[in-house]
Write a new protein. Structure first.
Lengths: 169, 137
């Protein structure tokens, strides 16, 4: 077993961290749908979801500090009635004031158009957008073997014998 | 660039989740192998003796909070059809509805022999309190 005695965070892929979150759109009873009403969305997990003006367009801020190296990102849809929804995710580096790797941009699509171009679409009632991100976990590596093991300084050279005065004989 | 600096490992990993994985593989006609923690597979819709849609009820006590999920599809050969896996979650019964759908509509599309669906679920572990460094307003 690899990294059996390491911390979990090191054992998992040697310095990677996975974080997930979900936002669900629920229209309250006796209320008209309003995809732009933030009160209709419920968030689970450590990400900030912001619905942008375009249909199905989301900004997702990760709970990170400083530039963050993203190794994997995925956006999935939990559907409610129409299974033909898909989501695309990209790393959003458009704002110079936001450290790289801190923000994602997501576009939700309805791909059930029967050959027509896919259309950007808002979540249906009771559908959810799920995000998974795996990032580098910086810090001092702690490996049980390999490059993280400190190498002991070489032993000093042996002293000459006591009766050796260094002269020639 | 620390992520969740100063927190315990479980907090750094996003808090309090239980990761749950399942694989569904079509071994031969009318036979789909499931590798998963305890669950009940039901309502399999077979199209040409191959699965196109099924349900999976998680065997766990009480209501489950599904925080997120990821799904992958392993084709036995280079894909010739444009399809994807769609997932619906019914929290009241802890049941997932899984299907392969056509890109462009047209209903379910069956899996072929050798195809696999790789599913990861993250459930909230209610035994551990939730602490985030930033709160979502």
């Amino acid at each position: 077993m690899i990294q059996q005695e390491s911390q979990t965070v090191w054992g998992y892929g040697r310095g990677m961290v996975r974080t997930v979150a979900r936002v669900t759109y629920i229209v309250p009873a006796a209320t008209l749908p309003d995809p732009d009403n933030p009160d209709f969305y419920t968030t689970l997990g450590p990400m900030k979801f912001t619905k942008l003006a375009g249909d199905g367009e989301w900004q997702v801020d990760l709970d990170v500090a400083g530039p963050t190296y993203i190794r994997y990102a995925a956006a999935r849809i939990l559907y409610s009635s129409n299974p033909g929804f898909q989501a695309h995710v990209t790393i959003d580096d458009s704002d110079p004031d936001v450290p790289l790797g801190s923000r994602l941009r997501v576009q939700v699509w309805d791909v059930s158009g029967g050959g027509a171009p896919d259309v950007a679409a808002n979540l249906e009632d009771d559908a959810a957008l799920c995000i998974q991100v795996i990032v580098n976990q910086p810090g001092e590596p702690k490996y049980s073997t390999g490059p993280g093991v400190p190498v002991a300084a070489p032993a000093p050279a042996p002293r000459p014998p006591p009766d050796d005065d260094g002269g020639t004989r | 660039m620390p992520l969740y600096k100063g927190k315990t490992t479980i907090q750094a990993l996003g808090g309090n989740r239980i990761e749950w994985k399942a694989q569904f593989r079509v071994e031969e006609e009318s036979k789909m192998l499931v590798t998963a923690p305890p669950c009940t597979i039901g309502n399999v819709t077979w199209v040409n003796n191959r699965p196109a849609r099924w349900t999976m009820q998680i065997d766990a006590p009480g209501p489950l909070v599904l925080e997120s999920f990821d799904v992958g599809f392993q084709d036995a050969e280079p894909p010739v059809a444009r399809g994807f896996i769609a997932v619906e979650w019914q929290q009241s019964t802890s049941t997932l509805f899984i299907s392969r759908n056509n890109w462009g509509g047209g209903g379910n599309q069956n899996l072929n022999i050798g195809d696999s669906v790789l599913l990861t679920l993250w459930f909230r572990n209610t035994a551990v309190p939730t602490v985030y460094s930033k709160e979502t307003p």
